[in-house]
Each structure stands twice: as structure tokens, then as C-alpha cells.
Design a protein around this ligand. Structure first.
Ligand SMILES: [Zn+2]
Length: 375
């Protein structure tokens, strides 16, 4: 019996311990533990028995070079080994900058994220569901780092599915930032449809409503304060009809958690219910589904959101109040922002946020209309 058959029976969680202590530096938004928080929460809730968990291998060099330039990958490895970057490499490859700093695992960590997503594509080759919260580095470019992303595990995963012979792969990106690296990698490729919902007028300032990347992309730039009602509207009135029309054989869903209300880097106002509803709605639409992480810079809200995604994939009921062991996972978090010094009670006692419903603004209705217009 192959891996594919086993994975088709029940979702697989692909994680790694590399994320537990690896940080981009104390003042970087990625100073916070996210994947390990999700893993610890799922284990404390009894949701992650050893049979469901797979350790992500590092992607091999040939696997990474399927998308990335050899000179850039060599520079990443050099910088990790030296713990420093030459001015030449910094300028050419954008590493050793404030956003994309030199840090001790700066090659191994992204290579592990890529290896995790690639393992997920193999485990789902014959159908199945995988959760890879360490994946989702959607800004990575072939020859440079961008927006905290050194490699692009999303692109590598989609390429792997295409190399298996699939001809209709959907990429759905819920991160608060535009999934520019993935869109550009498949621009004009009819085998891939990239759909990104992101905050308008926010870095990288691409992904405008009329940007369709030669027919292979849809972009849904949403205004500040984007709420659960608006998320449900776009899901039912734009995303689901679009997906039904495309009939994907496989879906890679990037669930960057920075569109949550409490995230420090964006100004969107979702509760984690919106993410879980999107996952539940998308899950039946293709025989292969990979859930990746992405952004998300408040460790409490990211960990709770991604643990709830795992519960959604498995149909586990989410308790009203977290058991003591799960609360302990959250109470031990260190978050060096004002909100972290005195976290609100629900950040440590619950998994599910209170819903953040609100009016569906005209801009949102227009986005749905435009999204469904034929080219
Ligand atoms: Zn983001």
C-alpha cells in the first residue's frame, strides 16, 4: 500500500521542529513561534496522534532548482554557513536586509518548508489532504528573497503536481498580502489559476482587481476592516463559483493568518471562523488539497487559527473552552508587542474567536462581480 492510499483515508499533518526555536531575530515580525504553537495545541487537544504526523524533510537541491536559480541558492547556503552576507550578495539576492535577514537557519528552514510542501504533493498524488503550516512562502522569487520569503514552497509544490501530470491546479491565497511570487511564476499558464484575496494598497502593492496575469490569475483586493460577512460573501459569490468553473484536480490553499483582526502587520478584521469556513467550503472541491501557512505575526492568533484548520480538515469538534494543557501552550508564549504583555483572556482560553460580522460594503460586491466576469 503506497503513501497516497494511506493519505487519502485521513489528512496528514506535515511539520518540523526546526520552527520551534528558529527566529528571524528578536525585532523581526517572525520572532514569534507559529508552527510549534499549532503543533503543541493540536497535540494538547488530542488531535495529532503520531500516525497523523509526518516530519518534513529538507527539499533536495535538484528539487529547489526546479524553480530557483543556482547562484541564488548557493548564496543562501553561503550566508547560512558564514552567518553573514557579502554586500554583493545582499544587493543581488536581497538577503541580509531588514526584511530578509541573515539568521542561523536561513537556508535549512525554507528548504524544510519546501520539503514539507513537496512531501504533501507526493502524499496526495492519488488524492488526499495535507496540512503544512510551515509552508506558504508566497513572495519568494526565483533569484531573490522577498517579504520574509527566501524560497517559494507554493510554486515548488504546484510545479510538483504539474510534473505528476496534473493540468488544472488552483492556488487560493487568503494571506493579507498579495501572492505575487506565485502569480508571476504561473502567469499565462492555463494549467494554473491563482486567486488571491488581500488588503488593497498594502505591500507589495500588486494584485489589483483588473490584474489577471494573462488569464491565469484573479485578484480580490479588499479594503481595511474586511469582516467575516464580507469574507463569506466573496467566498460564496466569487471564489466558489470560480473554482467550480475551473474544476481543479488539486488545490493549494495558502492560509496566511495576517488577515485576522489582531494581526500587527495588516488592517483586516477577520475572525478565525472565516478561515475555517473557507477551508470547509473548498475541501470538497478537489481530490487533492494542501493547506499551507504563510503570514501571521501574532503567535496567539496564528496558532489558534492553524490548529482550527487542522480540526476543520478532520471534523474534530472545537471545544468552547480549551483544556488546561492547551491553555498552558498559549500562556507560555512570549510576544514582544504591547498586546502581548497583557493578552486578552480569549487568546489563551479559547480556540474559536467571536465572529466579526459586519455590513457587506459595495466595494466587496463589485469585487465579486468583476471576479466572475469572463476575460
Ligand atoms: Zn502576509
Amino acid at each position: 500500500m503506497g503513501d497516497g492510499l494511506i493519505s487519502a483515508i485521513s489528512p496528514v499533518f506535515i511539520g518540523s521542529e526546526i520552527y520551534r526555536f528558529s527566529t528571524y531575530g528578536p525585532s523581526h515580525p517572525l520572532a514569534v513561534p507559529r508552527v510549534s504553537t499549532c503543533i503543541d495545541l493540536c497535540r494538547a487537544l488530542g488531535w495529532l496522534t503520531p500516525d497523523k504526523y509526518r516530519d518534513a524533510p529538507m527539499a533536495t537541491l535538484p528539487e529547489i532548482l526546479r524553480f530557483h536559480d543556482a547562484g541564488y541558492v548557493a548564496a543562501l547556503q553561503r550566508a547560512e554557513a558564514a552567518g553573514a552576507v557579502t554586500p554583493e550578495d545582499r544587493d543581488r539576492y536581497r538577503i541580509g536586509t531588514d526584511n530578509n535577514p541573515v539568521y542561523p537557519e536561513m537556508f535549512r528552514r525554507p528548504a524544510t518548508s519546501a520539503g514539507g510542501v513537496l512531501l504533501a504533493t507526493r502524499l496526495t498524488a492519488a488524492g488526499g489532504v495535507a496540512h503544512v503550516p510551515g509552508g506558504g512562502t508566497h513572495h519568494g522569487r526565483p533569484d531573490r528573497a522577498s517579504g520574509f520569503c527566501y524560497l517559494n514552497d507554493c510554486v515548488l509544490g504546484i510545479l510538483s503536481w504539474l510534473d505528476q501530470g496534473l493540468t488544472r491546479v488552483l492556488y487560493l491565497d487568503l494571506d493579507a498580502h498579495h501572492g505575487d511570487g506565485v502569480q508571476d511564476a504561473f502567469s499565462g499558464d492555463p494549467r494554473v489559476l491563482t486567486v488571491s484575496i488581500h488588503e488593497e494598497d498594502r505591500w507589495p502593492n500588486t494584485g489589483r482587481l483588473d490584474d489577471r496575469a494573462g488569464g491565469s490569475a484573479r485578484n480580490l483586493p479588499v479594503p481595511r476592516g474586511y469582516n467575516d460577512s464580507e469574507s463569506r460573501y466573496l467566498l460564496t459569490q466569487a471564489v466558489l463559483p470560480l473554482v467550480a468553473r475551473f474544476r481543479p484536480q488539486a488545490i493549494l490553499m495558502q492560509c496566511g493568518a495576517d488577515a485576522l483582526e489582531e494581526d500587527p502587520l495588516a488592517r483586516l478584521s477577520l475572525s478565525n471562523n472565516a478561515y475555517w469556513a473557507a477551508v470547509a467550503a473548498v475541501m470538497p472541491l478537489a481530490p487533492r488539497l494542501i493547506l499551507a501557512g504563510g503570514g501571521g505575526y501574532n503567535p496567539y492568533t496564528v496558532g489558534r487559527c492553524w490548529a482550527g484548520i487542522w480540526a476543520t480538515l478532520n471534523g474534530f469538534p472545537i471545544p468552547q473552552t480549551l483544556p488546561a494543557e492547551a491553555q498552558t501552550v498559549l500562556r507560555r508564549l512570549v510576544y514582544n508587542r504591547a498586546a502581548g504583555r497583557n493578552p486578552p483572556a480569549h487568546w489563551t482560553t479559547t480556540l474559536r474567536d467571536a465572529p466579526r460580522e459586519g455590513p457587506v460594503r459595495d466595494e466587496i460586491r463589485r469585487i465579486a462581480d468583476v471576479t466572475l466576469q469572463e476575460n
